[in-house]
Design a protein. Structure first.
Length: 417
């Protein structure tokens, strides 16, 4: 039996790849306008980086990582997200020494052992944006505006931005304690996950999607009522600037996000077109992370877009033509001339193709159609005798004879014109 792709992985086939190239190109183009440069880090890292950088209690670290023993006994993990590896690289190469306000982006595969379903895979891809060294709420607003501008650049319109502040080391511990207290009374009536989280990670209770728990969750204390003055002021300014820029958002005190490192601003963009896996991108501020991982005390903020989900949201596009000139040497002696012309056309920057298998005229015309060929150049016995090519303009369904010595210039002009 033929071997199949591993469960939860998928192939991006040639018909789909155009959409991926467009979202990658849109990222490179747009992010550059905001001062971001690309960084590429390895897909595997020391396991400890993620344990420390994401948090041992998170779903990702506790049950989703692909961890394996290296042959020399070390423990390695396929990256489940990009931020920890980027922070590691920033520290390792002292990037903040030369550029204390560092803006980088990355794209590539991530790995999480989750239950595969539509929009959820075990190997998936993210576009990731990170800004280091900025504490100002202006950068929170800019980052959020950039996330939306990116969706916009990709042609994605139907979505909602959800915004929250999760406080910082000054105010969150007291809030979490308050939450834990409140949960002591109500958790026993909640779902099994919530009962467990009530003690280990009370914030995650706010993330619960179980219908029966929703009414209870509504009664729990809200972080936004317990922010310290610094966090409250910061959050108010983020909202004011988003209003100023005309960026619409919905506040949700329940948006705590899955990673332990977030402080202050957290945000997410969802789309109801995606069904159950509605989150397209998520992000937030992580001011303590660089220091926690052994670097300088530098602030950080960023977001990650799920590329599979983004690709699902792209507006449909007509198949792009991938052939300028399809050559049709019909006479046996025509092949050599066609091969030379094909090479010259390619050298002149045109996409030129021919079918060397000697299939019938009809089947070759079908191929030309499938490739979206703009021109077909036919060289049969009759054309050979007259020293011409019959050039067919496919869009116009027009045909004309072109003398062989003019064929290259003619096709170049037509194809570029
Ligand atoms: P979800 O709630 O859907 O599990 P998440 O909070 O785990 O998402 P993040 O860690 O914030 O997601 O990652 C950012 C984005 O990466 C998500 O918004 C989503 O678009 C995408 N993403 C996360 N996990 C997967 C996955 N297993 N398959 C495909 N895309 C994913
Ligand atoms: Mg998840």
């Amino acid at each position: 039996m033929a071997i199949q792709a591993v469960r939860g992985t998928r192939d991006i086939l040639p018909d789909e790849v155009g959409a991926w190239q467009r979202i990658e190109a849109a990222a490179r183009d747009l992010f550059a306008r905001y001062g971001y440069r690309e960084v590429r880090t390895p897909v595997f890292e020391e396991t400890e980086l993620f344990a420390r950088g994401i948090g041992a209690e998170t779903d990702i670290v506790s049950k989703e990582m692909y961890t394996f023993a290296d042959r020399d006994g070390g423990s390695l993990t396929l990256r489940p997200e990009a931020t920890a590896g980027i922070v590691r690289a920033v520290i390792e190469h002292n990037l903040l020494n030369t550029d204390p306000a560092l803006k980088v982006f990355a794209m590539g595969p991530m790995f999480r052992r989750e239950r595969p379903q539509k929009g959820r895979y075990r190997q998936f891809h993210q576009v990731d944006v990170e800004a280091f060294g900025f504490t100002s709420p202006t950068v929170d607003a800019e980052t959020i505006e950039l996330a939306l501008a990116y969706l916009d650049a990709c042609g994605v319109r139907q979505h909602e931005l959800v915004l929250n502040s999760v406080g910082d080391r000054h105010c969150r511990p007291a809030y979490v304690e308050r939450l834990r207290q409140a949960l002591r009374d109500v958790a026993p009536s909640m779902c099994a996950d919530c009962q467990r989280r009530a003690d280990t990670n009370p914030l995650r209770v706010l993330d619960c999607k179980v219908e029966a728990d929703q009414a209870t969750i509504d009664t729990l204390p809200r972080i936004t009522d317990h922010l310290c003055e610094g966090c409250a002021t910061h959050f108010a300014e983020v909202r004011r600037q988003l209003d100023l820029l005309g960026v619409p958002y919905r506040l949700s005190h329940r948006l705590v996000r899955g990673l332990d490192y977030y402080v202050r601003t957290t945000f997410e963009v969802t789309s109801d077109l995606l069904g159950a896996q509605s989150s397209v991108l998520g992000g937030g501020r992580y001011d303590g992370l660089v220091k926690d991982l052994g670097g300088p005390d530098a602030a950080g903020i960023g977001f990650a877009v799920g590329m599979e989900r983004l690709a699902l949201l792209l507006p449909p596009r007509e198949v792009e033509p991938r052939c300028d000139v399809f050559l049709m040497p019909l006479a046996a002696a025509a092949l050599d001339r066609a091969l030379r012309l094909q090479r010259e056309l390619r050298g002149a920057g045109l996409a030129a193709m021919l079918d060397p298998e000697g299939r019938s005229f009809k089947s070759r015309m079908k191929q030309a159609d499938k490739l979206g060929a703009r021109f077909v150049a036919i060289l049969g016995d009759d054309e050979m005798a007259r020293g011409v090519y019959t050039v067919r303009d496919m869009a116009r369904s027009e045909q004309q004879d072109v003398p062989e010595e003019k064929i290259l210039d003619h096709l170049k002009e037509k194809a570029n014109g």
